[in-house]
Ligand binder design. Structure first.
Ligand code: ADP
Length: 518
Protein backbone atom coordinates (compact mmCIF):
# COMPACT_ATOMS: atom_id res chain seq x y z
CA UNK A 1 0.00 0.00 0.00
CA UNK A 2 3.02 2.30 0.21
CA UNK A 3 2.80 3.01 -3.48
CA UNK A 4 -0.91 3.82 -3.09
CA UNK A 5 -0.14 6.35 -0.36
CA UNK A 6 2.57 7.85 -2.49
CA UNK A 7 0.19 8.34 -5.40
CA UNK A 8 -2.56 9.65 -3.13
CA UNK A 9 -0.19 12.36 -1.99
CA UNK A 10 1.61 13.01 -5.26
CA UNK A 11 -1.35 13.26 -7.61
CA UNK A 12 -4.36 13.93 -5.42
CA UNK A 13 -2.70 15.91 -2.64
CA UNK A 14 -4.25 13.94 0.24
CA UNK A 15 -2.27 12.29 3.02
CA UNK A 16 -4.91 9.88 4.30
CA UNK A 17 -7.71 7.77 2.88
CA UNK A 18 -11.37 8.36 3.54
CA UNK A 19 -13.41 5.71 5.33
CA UNK A 20 -13.62 2.58 3.23
CA UNK A 21 -11.12 3.55 0.50
CA UNK A 22 -8.08 1.69 1.77
CA UNK A 23 -9.56 -1.85 1.97
CA UNK A 24 -11.07 -1.43 -1.51
CA UNK A 25 -7.79 -0.29 -3.04
CA UNK A 26 -5.91 -3.07 -1.26
CA UNK A 27 -8.32 -5.66 -2.61
CA UNK A 28 -7.87 -4.36 -6.16
CA UNK A 29 -4.10 -4.19 -5.87
CA UNK A 30 -4.12 -7.77 -4.57
CA UNK A 31 -5.71 -8.72 -7.86
CA UNK A 32 -9.30 -9.37 -6.72
CA UNK A 33 -12.43 -8.35 -8.55
CA UNK A 34 -14.00 -5.83 -6.22
CA UNK A 35 -17.38 -4.23 -5.62
CA UNK A 36 -17.23 -1.02 -3.61
CA UNK A 37 -20.44 0.40 -2.23
CA UNK A 38 -20.08 3.86 -0.79
CA UNK A 39 -22.45 6.78 -0.50
CA UNK A 40 -22.22 9.74 -2.87
CA UNK A 41 -19.24 11.87 -1.96
CA UNK A 42 -17.56 8.89 -0.30
CA UNK A 43 -14.64 9.08 -2.73
CA UNK A 44 -15.21 6.17 -5.07
CA UNK A 45 -13.18 7.52 -8.00
CA UNK A 46 -9.85 7.36 -6.23
CA UNK A 47 -10.51 3.69 -5.47
CA UNK A 48 -10.05 2.76 -9.13
CA UNK A 49 -7.85 5.68 -10.18
CA UNK A 50 -5.00 4.84 -7.80
CA UNK A 51 -4.81 1.18 -8.93
CA UNK A 52 -5.03 2.46 -12.52
CA UNK A 53 -1.83 4.42 -11.94
CA UNK A 54 -0.09 1.49 -10.31
CA UNK A 55 -1.09 -1.21 -12.79
CA UNK A 56 0.70 -1.64 -16.07
CA UNK A 57 -1.54 -0.94 -19.04
CA UNK A 58 -4.85 0.82 -19.29
CA UNK A 59 -7.89 1.16 -17.03
CA UNK A 60 -11.20 1.44 -18.85
CA UNK A 61 -13.85 3.24 -16.85
CA UNK A 62 -17.47 2.68 -17.81
CA UNK A 63 -19.48 5.72 -16.90
CA UNK A 64 -23.12 6.50 -17.74
CA UNK A 65 -23.04 10.25 -18.17
CA UNK A 66 -21.07 12.17 -20.76
CA UNK A 67 -20.94 15.28 -18.58
CA UNK A 68 -19.62 13.30 -15.61
CA UNK A 69 -16.86 11.69 -17.64
CA UNK A 70 -15.81 15.01 -19.12
CA UNK A 71 -15.50 16.48 -15.63
CA UNK A 72 -13.52 13.48 -14.40
CA UNK A 73 -11.14 13.58 -17.36
CA UNK A 74 -10.59 17.33 -17.00
CA UNK A 75 -9.89 16.89 -13.30
CA UNK A 76 -7.44 14.04 -13.89
CA UNK A 77 -5.56 15.86 -16.61
CA UNK A 78 -5.24 18.90 -14.34
CA UNK A 79 -3.70 16.61 -11.71
CA UNK A 80 -1.22 15.34 -14.28
CA UNK A 81 -2.88 11.97 -14.93
CA UNK A 82 -3.17 11.48 -18.64
CA UNK A 83 -6.68 10.34 -19.46
CA UNK A 84 -9.24 10.64 -22.18
CA UNK A 85 -12.89 9.90 -22.93
CA UNK A 86 -14.51 8.22 -25.89
CA UNK A 87 -18.14 8.99 -26.48
CA UNK A 88 -20.61 10.16 -29.10
CA UNK A 89 -19.59 13.83 -28.78
CA UNK A 90 -16.29 13.21 -30.60
CA UNK A 91 -15.90 13.81 -34.32
CA UNK A 92 -14.41 10.95 -36.41
CA UNK A 93 -11.20 12.95 -36.64
CA UNK A 94 -10.93 13.41 -32.87
CA UNK A 95 -11.72 9.75 -32.42
CA UNK A 96 -8.91 8.82 -34.80
CA UNK A 97 -6.40 11.00 -32.94
CA UNK A 98 -7.42 9.48 -29.64
CA UNK A 99 -7.02 5.92 -30.93
CA UNK A 100 -3.53 6.88 -32.15
CA UNK A 101 -2.66 8.31 -28.73
CA UNK A 102 -3.95 5.19 -27.03
CA UNK A 103 -1.83 2.92 -29.18
CA UNK A 104 1.17 5.13 -28.39
CA UNK A 105 0.52 4.42 -24.71
CA UNK A 106 -0.30 8.06 -23.97
CA UNK A 107 -3.30 7.41 -21.69
CA UNK A 108 -3.57 5.46 -18.45
CA UNK A 109 -7.31 5.92 -17.95
CA UNK A 110 -9.99 5.85 -20.64
CA UNK A 111 -13.59 6.74 -19.88
CA UNK A 112 -16.31 5.26 -22.08
CA UNK A 113 -20.09 5.08 -22.09
CA UNK A 114 -21.58 1.57 -22.01
CA UNK A 115 -22.93 2.11 -25.52
CA UNK A 116 -19.33 2.02 -26.80
CA UNK A 117 -19.33 -1.74 -26.32
CA UNK A 118 -21.76 -2.02 -29.22
CA UNK A 119 -19.24 -0.34 -31.52
CA UNK A 120 -17.04 -2.76 -33.45
CA UNK A 121 -14.31 -0.26 -34.25
CA UNK A 122 -13.89 0.48 -30.56
CA UNK A 123 -13.81 -3.21 -29.69
CA UNK A 124 -11.22 -3.98 -32.38
CA UNK A 125 -9.01 -1.09 -31.30
CA UNK A 126 -9.20 -1.78 -27.59
CA UNK A 127 -8.58 -5.50 -27.99
CA UNK A 128 -5.09 -4.63 -29.15
CA UNK A 129 -4.25 -2.84 -25.90
CA UNK A 130 -3.37 -4.24 -22.52
CA UNK A 131 -6.41 -3.58 -20.35
CA UNK A 132 -5.54 -4.21 -16.72
CA UNK A 133 -8.69 -2.97 -15.02
CA UNK A 134 -12.28 -2.37 -16.08
CA UNK A 135 -13.94 -0.09 -13.57
CA UNK A 136 -17.70 0.11 -13.74
CA UNK A 137 -18.89 3.36 -12.26
CA UNK A 138 -22.51 3.80 -11.16
CA UNK A 139 -22.76 0.03 -11.33
CA UNK A 140 -26.41 0.01 -10.18
CA UNK A 141 -27.22 0.94 -13.81
CA UNK A 142 -26.71 -2.73 -14.64
CA UNK A 143 -29.59 -3.76 -12.38
CA UNK A 144 -33.26 -3.46 -13.13
CA UNK A 145 -33.58 -2.83 -9.40
CA UNK A 146 -31.24 0.14 -9.69
CA UNK A 147 -32.85 3.50 -10.16
CA UNK A 148 -31.28 4.18 -13.56
CA UNK A 149 -31.29 0.86 -15.35
CA UNK A 150 -29.27 1.14 -18.59
CA UNK A 151 -29.64 -1.86 -20.85
CA UNK A 152 -26.27 -1.30 -22.54
CA UNK A 153 -24.47 -1.99 -19.24
CA UNK A 154 -25.41 -5.61 -19.85
CA UNK A 155 -22.96 -5.67 -22.80
CA UNK A 156 -19.96 -5.19 -20.52
CA UNK A 157 -19.42 -8.87 -19.57
CA UNK A 158 -19.50 -10.02 -23.19
CA UNK A 159 -16.94 -7.36 -24.07
CA UNK A 160 -14.69 -8.52 -21.25
CA UNK A 161 -14.90 -12.10 -22.51
CA UNK A 162 -13.58 -10.98 -25.91
CA UNK A 163 -10.40 -9.49 -24.44
CA UNK A 164 -7.25 -11.54 -24.94
CA UNK A 165 -6.33 -11.36 -21.23
CA UNK A 166 -8.67 -11.00 -18.24
CA UNK A 167 -8.58 -7.63 -16.57
CA UNK A 168 -9.53 -7.04 -12.95
CA UNK A 169 -13.15 -6.00 -12.78
CA UNK A 170 -14.14 -3.39 -10.29
CA UNK A 171 -17.58 -1.90 -9.78
CA UNK A 172 -18.75 1.06 -7.75
CA UNK A 173 -22.09 2.43 -6.72
CA UNK A 174 -23.66 4.58 -4.05
CA UNK A 175 -27.04 3.02 -4.11
CA UNK A 176 -26.91 -0.68 -3.68
CA UNK A 177 -29.70 -2.33 -1.81
CA UNK A 178 -29.11 -6.04 -1.21
CA UNK A 179 -31.18 -6.77 -4.33
CA UNK A 180 -29.11 -4.43 -6.50
CA UNK A 181 -25.93 -5.88 -5.09
CA UNK A 182 -26.97 -9.41 -6.06
CA UNK A 183 -27.98 -8.18 -9.50
CA UNK A 184 -24.66 -6.41 -10.12
CA UNK A 185 -22.77 -9.58 -9.21
CA UNK A 186 -25.06 -11.77 -11.31
CA UNK A 187 -25.11 -9.52 -14.37
CA UNK A 188 -21.40 -8.75 -14.36
CA UNK A 189 -20.80 -12.49 -13.93
CA UNK A 190 -18.04 -12.01 -11.38
CA UNK A 191 -17.26 -13.02 -7.80
CA UNK A 192 -15.97 -9.83 -6.21
CA UNK A 193 -14.83 -8.94 -2.74
CA UNK A 194 -17.66 -6.72 -1.56
CA UNK A 195 -17.14 -3.65 0.62
CA UNK A 196 -20.00 -1.59 1.99
CA UNK A 197 -19.17 1.44 4.03
CA UNK A 198 -20.31 4.68 5.38
CA UNK A 199 -24.00 4.92 4.47
CA UNK A 200 -24.80 6.55 7.73
CA UNK A 201 -24.45 10.30 7.25
CA UNK A 202 -24.47 11.24 10.91
CA UNK A 203 -24.51 14.99 10.33
CA UNK A 204 -27.78 14.79 8.42
CA UNK A 205 -31.01 15.18 10.32
CA UNK A 206 -33.98 13.51 8.64
CA UNK A 207 -37.45 14.92 9.03
CA UNK A 208 -40.71 13.82 7.47
CA UNK A 209 -43.56 16.32 7.53
CA UNK A 210 -47.14 15.33 6.85
CA UNK A 211 -50.43 17.10 6.34
CA UNK A 212 -49.01 20.50 5.45
CA UNK A 213 -49.23 22.72 2.45
CA UNK A 214 -45.79 22.36 0.87
CA UNK A 215 -45.37 25.97 -0.16
CA UNK A 216 -46.43 27.38 3.22
CA UNK A 217 -44.07 25.00 4.94
CA UNK A 218 -41.17 25.95 2.68
CA UNK A 219 -41.77 29.68 3.14
CA UNK A 220 -41.90 29.29 6.90
CA UNK A 221 -38.75 27.15 6.92
CA UNK A 222 -36.85 29.68 4.80
CA UNK A 223 -37.91 32.53 7.04
CA UNK A 224 -36.54 30.65 10.04
CA UNK A 225 -33.31 29.74 8.21
CA UNK A 226 -32.71 32.90 6.25
CA UNK A 227 -28.93 32.71 6.50
CA UNK A 228 -28.71 29.21 5.06
CA UNK A 229 -28.51 27.87 1.52
CA UNK A 230 -30.19 24.78 0.21
CA UNK A 231 -31.97 22.86 -2.51
CA UNK A 232 -35.70 22.43 -2.90
CA UNK A 233 -36.72 19.49 -5.05
CA UNK A 234 -40.13 19.25 -6.71
CA UNK A 235 -41.32 16.50 -9.01
CA UNK A 236 -42.60 18.48 -11.99
CA UNK A 237 -41.38 21.47 -13.98
CA UNK A 238 -44.62 23.25 -13.23
CA UNK A 239 -44.12 22.92 -9.51
CA UNK A 240 -40.51 24.05 -9.80
CA UNK A 241 -41.67 27.14 -11.72
CA UNK A 242 -44.32 27.95 -9.19
CA UNK A 243 -42.14 27.55 -6.07
CA UNK A 244 -39.37 29.47 -7.82
CA UNK A 245 -41.64 32.44 -8.65
CA UNK A 246 -43.02 32.59 -5.13
CA UNK A 247 -39.51 32.71 -3.67
CA UNK A 248 -38.12 35.07 -6.31
CA UNK A 249 -41.04 37.46 -5.65
CA UNK A 250 -40.09 37.47 -1.98
CA UNK A 251 -36.58 38.55 -2.85
CA UNK A 252 -34.69 35.33 -2.23
CA UNK A 253 -31.52 34.76 -4.25
CA UNK A 254 -32.98 31.74 -5.92
CA UNK A 255 -32.36 29.83 -9.16
CA UNK A 256 -34.23 27.06 -10.86
CA UNK A 257 -33.28 24.00 -12.85
CA UNK A 258 -35.35 21.62 -14.92
CA UNK A 259 -35.33 19.91 -18.29
CA UNK A 260 -37.65 22.49 -19.86
CA UNK A 261 -35.00 25.24 -19.73
CA UNK A 262 -32.22 25.91 -22.23
CA UNK A 263 -28.84 24.33 -21.57
CA UNK A 264 -27.29 27.76 -21.12
CA UNK A 265 -29.82 28.91 -18.61
CA UNK A 266 -29.47 25.72 -16.61
CA UNK A 267 -25.69 25.82 -16.65
CA UNK A 268 -25.70 29.47 -15.57
CA UNK A 269 -28.04 28.78 -12.65
CA UNK A 270 -26.04 25.76 -11.60
CA UNK A 271 -22.77 27.72 -11.69
CA UNK A 272 -24.30 30.60 -9.76
CA UNK A 273 -25.55 28.21 -7.09
CA UNK A 274 -22.20 26.46 -6.80
CA UNK A 275 -20.37 29.78 -6.58
CA UNK A 276 -22.75 31.00 -3.87
CA UNK A 277 -24.22 33.77 -6.03
CA UNK A 278 -27.54 32.07 -5.45
CA UNK A 279 -28.42 30.66 -2.05
CA UNK A 280 -31.43 28.58 -3.07
CA UNK A 281 -32.02 26.22 -5.95
CA UNK A 282 -35.47 24.95 -6.86
CA UNK A 283 -35.15 21.96 -9.15
CA UNK A 284 -36.44 18.70 -10.46
CA UNK A 285 -34.34 15.61 -9.96
CA UNK A 286 -32.49 16.59 -13.18
CA UNK A 287 -30.35 18.77 -10.91
CA UNK A 288 -27.47 17.55 -8.87
CA UNK A 289 -25.76 14.67 -10.65
CA UNK A 290 -22.07 15.13 -10.11
CA UNK A 291 -22.47 18.32 -8.14
CA UNK A 292 -20.10 18.55 -5.24
CA UNK A 293 -21.12 21.68 -3.33
CA UNK A 294 -20.09 21.40 0.26
CA UNK A 295 -22.17 24.01 2.10
CA UNK A 296 -25.72 22.92 1.28
CA UNK A 297 -27.41 23.26 4.66
CA UNK A 298 -30.76 21.75 3.77
CA UNK A 299 -32.49 19.74 1.08
CA UNK A 300 -36.27 19.96 1.09
CA UNK A 301 -38.31 17.56 -1.00
CA UNK A 302 -41.61 19.20 -1.64
CA UNK A 303 -42.90 16.00 -3.27
CA UNK A 304 -42.44 12.32 -2.70
CA UNK A 305 -39.46 10.94 -4.68
CA UNK A 306 -39.93 7.74 -6.65
CA UNK A 307 -37.76 5.58 -4.42
CA UNK A 308 -35.42 5.68 -1.46
CA UNK A 309 -32.34 5.45 -3.67
CA UNK A 310 -33.24 8.72 -5.35
CA UNK A 311 -34.28 10.26 -2.07
CA UNK A 312 -31.07 9.38 -0.26
CA UNK A 313 -28.94 10.51 -3.16
CA UNK A 314 -30.72 13.85 -3.47
CA UNK A 315 -31.04 14.45 0.27
CA UNK A 316 -27.39 13.43 0.59
CA UNK A 317 -26.33 16.57 -1.28
CA UNK A 318 -26.80 18.35 2.04
CA UNK A 319 -23.96 18.65 4.52
CA UNK A 320 -21.09 17.44 2.36
CA UNK A 321 -18.83 19.57 4.56
CA UNK A 322 -19.63 17.32 7.51
CA UNK A 323 -21.46 20.09 9.39
CA UNK A 324 -25.06 19.69 10.55
CA UNK A 325 -27.59 19.77 7.76
CA UNK A 326 -31.28 19.04 7.45
CA UNK A 327 -33.14 16.79 5.02
CA UNK A 328 -36.87 17.35 4.97
CA UNK A 329 -39.43 15.36 3.10
CA UNK A 330 -42.91 16.83 2.80
CA UNK A 331 -45.38 14.01 2.33
CA UNK A 332 -48.74 14.45 0.68
CA UNK A 333 -50.68 11.30 -0.25
CA UNK A 334 -51.60 12.76 -3.64
CA UNK A 335 -47.93 12.43 -4.65
CA UNK A 336 -48.30 8.67 -4.56
CA UNK A 337 -50.75 9.03 -7.43
CA UNK A 338 -48.33 11.25 -9.37
CA UNK A 339 -45.51 8.73 -8.96
CA UNK A 340 -47.81 5.84 -9.85
CA UNK A 341 -48.82 7.74 -12.95
CA UNK A 342 -45.15 8.17 -13.92
CA UNK A 343 -44.61 4.42 -13.49
CA UNK A 344 -47.69 3.43 -15.50
CA UNK A 345 -47.06 5.89 -18.30
CA UNK A 346 -43.34 5.67 -18.89
CA UNK A 347 -42.93 5.69 -22.64
CA UNK A 348 -39.42 4.22 -22.45
CA UNK A 349 -40.17 1.27 -20.27
CA UNK A 350 -43.32 -0.75 -20.36
CA UNK A 351 -42.19 -4.18 -19.21
CA UNK A 352 -44.53 -5.44 -16.51
CA UNK A 353 -41.59 -6.79 -14.52
CA UNK A 354 -39.87 -3.42 -14.31
CA UNK A 355 -43.12 -1.65 -13.53
CA UNK A 356 -43.70 -4.00 -10.62
CA UNK A 357 -40.19 -3.39 -9.32
CA UNK A 358 -40.84 0.32 -9.48
CA UNK A 359 -44.15 -0.06 -7.67
CA UNK A 360 -42.48 -2.03 -4.94
CA UNK A 361 -39.76 0.58 -4.56
CA UNK A 362 -42.34 3.34 -4.43
CA UNK A 363 -44.07 1.28 -1.73
CA UNK A 364 -40.88 1.31 0.37
CA UNK A 365 -40.60 5.07 -0.16
CA UNK A 366 -44.17 5.57 1.04
CA UNK A 367 -43.57 3.30 4.02
CA UNK A 368 -40.58 5.47 4.91
CA UNK A 369 -43.04 8.34 5.31
CA UNK A 370 -45.39 6.33 7.49
CA UNK A 371 -43.01 4.38 9.65
CA UNK A 372 -42.99 5.18 13.35
CA UNK A 373 -39.49 3.82 13.88
CA UNK A 374 -36.20 5.72 13.53
CA UNK A 375 -36.12 6.78 9.88
CA UNK A 376 -32.33 6.58 9.73
CA UNK A 377 -32.51 2.94 10.80
CA UNK A 378 -35.13 2.45 8.06
CA UNK A 379 -32.72 3.88 5.46
CA UNK A 380 -29.70 1.90 6.67
CA UNK A 381 -31.70 -1.31 6.71
CA UNK A 382 -32.92 -0.61 3.19
CA UNK A 383 -29.37 -0.19 1.91
CA UNK A 384 -28.08 -3.25 3.74
CA UNK A 385 -25.75 -1.30 6.03
CA UNK A 386 -25.47 -2.11 9.75
CA UNK A 387 -28.69 -1.62 11.69
CA UNK A 388 -29.12 0.85 14.49
CA UNK A 389 -32.03 1.17 16.91
CA UNK A 390 -32.43 4.90 17.39
CA UNK A 391 -30.38 7.74 15.98
CA UNK A 392 -31.76 10.52 18.20
CA UNK A 393 -31.50 12.82 15.18
CA UNK A 394 -34.59 12.23 13.04
CA UNK A 395 -38.18 13.37 13.25
CA UNK A 396 -39.32 10.10 14.80
CA UNK A 397 -36.54 9.88 17.38
CA UNK A 398 -36.81 13.55 18.29
CA UNK A 399 -40.57 13.54 18.49
CA UNK A 400 -41.52 14.23 22.09
CA UNK A 401 -45.21 13.74 21.38
CA UNK A 402 -47.40 11.88 23.84
CA UNK A 403 -47.60 8.13 23.53
CA UNK A 404 -51.09 6.75 23.07
CA UNK A 405 -52.27 3.18 23.24
CA UNK A 406 -54.01 2.16 20.04
CA UNK A 407 -54.08 -1.60 20.60
CA UNK A 408 -57.87 -1.83 20.20
CA UNK A 409 -57.88 0.25 17.02
CA UNK A 410 -55.09 -1.85 15.51
CA UNK A 411 -56.94 -5.06 16.38
CA UNK A 412 -60.07 -3.72 14.73
CA UNK A 413 -58.21 -2.78 11.55
CA UNK A 414 -56.39 -6.08 11.26
CA UNK A 415 -59.62 -7.92 11.95
CA UNK A 416 -61.46 -5.94 9.28
CA UNK A 417 -58.82 -6.74 6.65
CA UNK A 418 -58.84 -10.39 7.64
CA UNK A 419 -62.59 -10.84 7.87
CA UNK A 420 -63.19 -9.25 4.49
CA UNK A 421 -60.83 -11.92 3.21
CA UNK A 422 -57.96 -9.55 2.31
CA UNK A 423 -59.75 -8.77 -0.91
CA UNK A 424 -60.02 -4.98 -0.62
CA UNK A 425 -57.77 -1.95 -0.92
CA UNK A 426 -57.07 0.81 1.59
CA UNK A 427 -59.99 3.06 0.67
CA UNK A 428 -62.55 0.29 1.02
CA UNK A 429 -61.15 -0.90 4.35
CA UNK A 430 -61.12 2.66 5.69
CA UNK A 431 -64.73 3.05 4.48
CA UNK A 432 -65.89 -0.20 6.09
CA UNK A 433 -64.26 0.64 9.42
CA UNK A 434 -65.71 4.14 9.36
CA UNK A 435 -69.19 2.84 8.49
CA UNK A 436 -69.30 4.67 5.15
CA UNK A 437 -72.41 4.42 3.00
CA UNK A 438 -70.32 4.74 -0.13
CA UNK A 439 -71.89 3.04 -3.15
CA UNK A 440 -69.12 0.52 -3.71
CA UNK A 441 -69.27 -0.53 -0.07
CA UNK A 442 -73.01 -1.11 -0.38
CA UNK A 443 -72.56 -2.90 -3.71
CA UNK A 444 -70.17 -5.34 -2.09
CA UNK A 445 -72.58 -5.76 0.86
CA UNK A 446 -69.77 -4.69 3.13
CA UNK A 447 -72.24 -2.84 5.35
CA UNK A 448 -73.21 -6.33 6.52
CA UNK A 449 -69.60 -7.23 7.41
CA UNK A 450 -68.99 -7.95 11.10
CA UNK A 451 -66.34 -5.23 11.22
CA UNK A 452 -68.48 -2.54 9.54
CA UNK A 453 -68.44 0.73 11.48
CA UNK A 454 -66.02 -0.54 14.14
CA UNK A 455 -64.15 2.77 14.04
CA UNK A 456 -67.10 5.03 13.27
CA UNK A 457 -66.03 7.38 16.09
CA UNK A 458 -63.00 8.33 14.01
CA UNK A 459 -62.80 10.52 10.92
CA UNK A 460 -61.93 8.80 7.64
CA UNK A 461 -58.65 10.77 7.68
CA UNK A 462 -57.69 9.42 11.11
CA UNK A 463 -58.55 5.86 10.12
CA UNK A 464 -56.47 6.31 6.99
CA UNK A 465 -53.53 7.53 9.08
CA UNK A 466 -53.79 4.43 11.28
CA UNK A 467 -53.89 2.11 8.27
CA UNK A 468 -50.93 3.95 6.72
CA UNK A 469 -49.00 3.50 9.95
CA UNK A 470 -49.68 -0.24 9.89
CA UNK A 471 -48.49 -0.42 6.30
CA UNK A 472 -45.43 1.72 7.11
CA UNK A 473 -44.49 -0.52 10.02
CA UNK A 474 -45.16 -3.63 7.95
CA UNK A 475 -48.15 -5.10 9.76
CA UNK A 476 -50.13 -4.75 6.55
CA UNK A 477 -48.85 -4.90 3.01
CA UNK A 478 -50.38 -3.59 -0.17
CA UNK A 479 -50.25 -6.10 -3.01
CA UNK A 480 -48.53 -4.88 -6.16
CA UNK A 481 -51.37 -6.03 -8.35
CA UNK A 482 -53.46 -3.98 -10.74
CA UNK A 483 -56.08 -3.53 -8.00
CA UNK A 484 -53.92 -3.34 -4.89
CA UNK A 485 -55.41 -5.02 -1.83
CA UNK A 486 -54.37 -5.05 1.81
CA UNK A 487 -52.99 -8.19 3.40
CA UNK A 488 -51.81 -9.09 6.87
CA UNK A 489 -48.11 -9.81 7.17
CA UNK A 490 -46.41 -12.36 9.39
CA UNK A 491 -45.69 -9.52 11.79
CA UNK A 492 -49.44 -8.86 12.11
CA UNK A 493 -50.22 -12.47 12.98
CA UNK A 494 -47.40 -12.45 15.52
CA UNK A 495 -48.77 -9.26 17.03
CA UNK A 496 -52.27 -10.75 17.33
CA UNK A 497 -50.88 -13.86 19.02
CA UNK A 498 -48.56 -11.94 21.33
CA UNK A 499 -51.35 -9.93 22.99
CA UNK A 500 -48.88 -7.05 23.33
CA UNK A 501 -49.96 -3.45 23.43
CA UNK A 502 -49.58 -1.23 20.39
CA UNK A 503 -48.56 2.38 20.96
CA UNK A 504 -47.82 5.33 18.73
CA UNK A 505 -46.66 8.84 19.28
CA UNK A 506 -49.09 11.64 18.57
CA UNK A 507 -46.54 13.60 16.67
CA UNK A 508 -45.76 17.16 17.50
CA UNK A 509 -45.68 17.93 13.78
CA UNK A 510 -49.18 16.58 13.30
CA UNK A 511 -50.50 18.60 16.18
CA UNK A 512 -48.73 21.75 15.09
CA UNK A 513 -49.87 21.49 11.51
CA UNK A 514 -53.49 21.02 12.49
CA UNK A 515 -53.44 24.43 14.13
CA UNK A 516 -51.12 26.36 11.89
CA UNK A 517 -51.66 25.23 8.36
CA UNK A 518 -55.04 23.65 8.03
P1 ADP B 1 -18.12 9.75 -5.22
O1 ADP B 1 -17.79 9.33 -6.64
O2 ADP B 1 -18.07 8.63 -4.25
O3 ADP B 1 -19.38 10.56 -5.09
P2 ADP B 1 -15.75 11.33 -5.48
O4 ADP B 1 -14.84 10.27 -5.95
O5 ADP B 1 -16.26 12.32 -6.47
O6 ADP B 1 -16.97 10.69 -4.71
O7 ADP B 1 -15.08 12.07 -4.27
C1 ADP B 1 -15.78 13.01 -3.50
C2 ADP B 1 -14.84 14.07 -2.97
O8 ADP B 1 -13.98 13.53 -2.00
C3 ADP B 1 -13.95 14.66 -4.06
O9 ADP B 1 -13.91 16.05 -3.88
C4 ADP B 1 -12.61 14.02 -3.79
O10 ADP B 1 -11.54 14.83 -4.23
C5 ADP B 1 -12.62 13.89 -2.29
N1 ADP B 1 -11.74 12.82 -1.79
C6 ADP B 1 -11.60 11.59 -2.31
N2 ADP B 1 -10.69 10.89 -1.60
C7 ADP B 1 -10.25 11.70 -0.62
C8 ADP B 1 -9.30 11.54 0.46
N3 ADP B 1 -8.64 10.42 0.65
N4 ADP B 1 -9.11 12.60 1.27
C9 ADP B 1 -9.80 13.74 1.09
N5 ADP B 1 -10.70 13.95 0.11
C10 ADP B 1 -10.93 12.95 -0.74
Amino acid sequence: MNKAYEILKKYFGYSSFKEGQEPIIKSILDGHDTLGIMPTGGGKSICYQIPALIFEGITLVVSPLISLMQDQVDALNTLGVSSVYINSTLTPKEMHTIYMEISNGDHKIIYVTPERFENSEFIDRIRMEKISQIAIDEAHCISQWGHDFRRSYLNVPDFIKQLPSSPIITAFTATATPKVREDIIKNLRFKPNVFISGFDRKNLKFTTVKGVNSLSYIKKYLKEHSDEGGIIYASTRKEVDSIYSELADRGYRVGKYHAGMSDNERQQNQDDFINDKLTLMVATNAFGMGIDKSNVRFVIHSNLPKDLESYYQEAGRAGRDGLDAHCILIFNPKDIQTQTFFINNNQFESSEEIMNIKREKLGSMVNYCHTSKCVRSYILEYFGDDRIENCDNCSNCLDDGEVEDITIEVQKILSCVYRTEQRFGINMIVGVLGGSKNKSILNWNLDKASTYGLLSDYSQKDIRALVDLLVGDEYLEVTKTEFPTLRLTKKAFEFIKSKENFTRKVTKIQRKTTYEWE
